[in-house]
Design a protein around this ligand. Structure first.
Ligand SMILES: *Cc1c(COP(=O)(O)O)cnc(C)c1O
Length: 367
């Protein structure tokens, strides 16, 4: 019986050939391969611009800076995310407000609406686990309030609402980190339909230069390299197939796990296209075992799992009392953090492996 990991990275011959070509060109920094990645990813998202940067956290920071956010401004986001979401807002100088979540684990628009005030400058939904947040409702709130939307789409490459891709509703921020659905070790992409925002992002990324040594704004070095882009480009072409395999695994897991007392399998609201970065179940108070018991049983069965995320970001000591984090109450998010567990769903699983995961979970519930 071999271990089934929660993520599995397989770099194939297409990526190898593309990287070798860059190595042999002698031009390793940002160049034509980054431009090709930007072109293909913008097309995938149905937007005119994608700007590549060094990682997903930088994508969020760059989006906020390009929109002119800073001290005194408020950004409303979800507390149920990876720390990068919070850190990026803090890095921008803005203040963080937290809205609560829905049963699908994405930000609740009603809770967002209650937090909007004259200091609000942006709403930052997270398409958690690959499920798009309720963008139609959030877009309506943002438009009424005259605030921007920055989508944390780090986990949601190619996810859709109807025929619209995430990253097309606001400024979209994607990660190409090693474990994401599209990955090159480290990398990020920012999508936008706003020409001025795209232009500013390109300036900020390259020390404020459009032309060498002609500094137009104080900038940064946020560039991605052609070496990294070469790993990502072939994956953009395969993304639809990768997502389809993940979706098939999710469907098989959901069918197999039906009917277990206190176990909630993921819900996908009507019209939303989940890309299954994670397959996350919830072990309720009425289940015969706790989330941590289930984790132990999975370990014994040689099955990897993840807790995304075991605590709300701002509940860690290093953030408590931070002057730019408002202590908004989010009881549903707090409860979710104690009950979620993610099972392997990646595209390299065989049906037999999916069945082994189902059997292990069912066995834990029956014991
Ligand atoms: C991975 C991730 C990020 C950050 O991306 P990096 O490329 O690791 O910097 C931001 N937000 C969420 C929700 C993520 O999962």
């Amino acid at each position: 019986m071999s271990f089934i990991p929660i993520t599995s990275v397989v770099i194939g011959p297409e990526e190898e050939a593309a990287v070798l070509e860059v190595l042999r060109s002698g031009k390793l920094a940002q160049g034509p391969v980054v431009a090709e990645l930007e072109r293909s990813f913008a097309e995938l998202c149905g937007v005119p611009h994608a700007v590549a940067v060094s990682n997903g956290t930088v994508a969020l920071v760059a989006a906020l800076e390009a929109l002119g956010l800073g001290p005194g401004d408020e950004v409303i986001t979800t507390p149920f995310s990876f720390a990068a979401t919070l850190n990026a807002i803090l890095e921008s100088g803005a203040t963080v407000r937290f809205a609560d979540i829905r049963d699908d684990f994405t930000i609740d628009p009603e809770s967002v609406r209650a937090l909007v005030n004259e200091r609000t400058k942006a709403i930052m939904p997270v398409h958690l686990y690959g499920l798009p947040a309720d963008m139609p409702a959030l877009t309506a709130i943002a438009e009424a309030a005259g605030v921007r939307i920055v989508e944390d789409a780090a986990q949601a490459h190619g996810a859709r609402i109807g025929d619209r891709a995430v990253g097309s509703f606001g400024v979209g921020c994607f990660s190409l980190y090693a474990t994401k659905n599209l990955q090159c070790g480290e990398g990020g992409l920012i999508t936008t339909a706003d020409d001025a925002v795209a232009d500013r992002l390109r300036l900020l990324r390259n020390q404020g230069m459009r032309v060498r040594y002609q500094y137009e704004v104080p900038g940064h070095n946020w560039r991605l390299t052609d070496l990294q882009a070469a790993i990502a480009v072939p994956q953009v072409g395969r993304l639809a197939a990768t997502t389809a395999r993940r979706a098939a695994n999710a469907e098989r897991l959901t069918a197999g796990l039906a009917g277990l007392p206190g176990l909630a399998t993921p819900t996908v609201p009507e019209g939303r296209g989940h890309v299954w970065h994670q397959y996350t179940v919830r072990i309720g108070a009425d289940a015969p075992l706790t989330r941590d018991d289930l984790g132990k049983r999975l370990e014994q069965a040689e099955i990897g799992y993840g807790l995304y995320y075991p605590r709300l970001m701002h509940h860690y000591d290093c953030y408590v009392g931070h002057p730019r984090i408002a202590a908004d109450a989010t009881p549903r998010a707090e409860s979710a953090a104690t009950q979620v567990l993610s099972l392997p769903v990646h595209q390299h699983l065989s049906e037999g492996e999916v069945d082994r995961i189902v059997a292990a979970v069912r066995g834990a519930f029956d014991a």
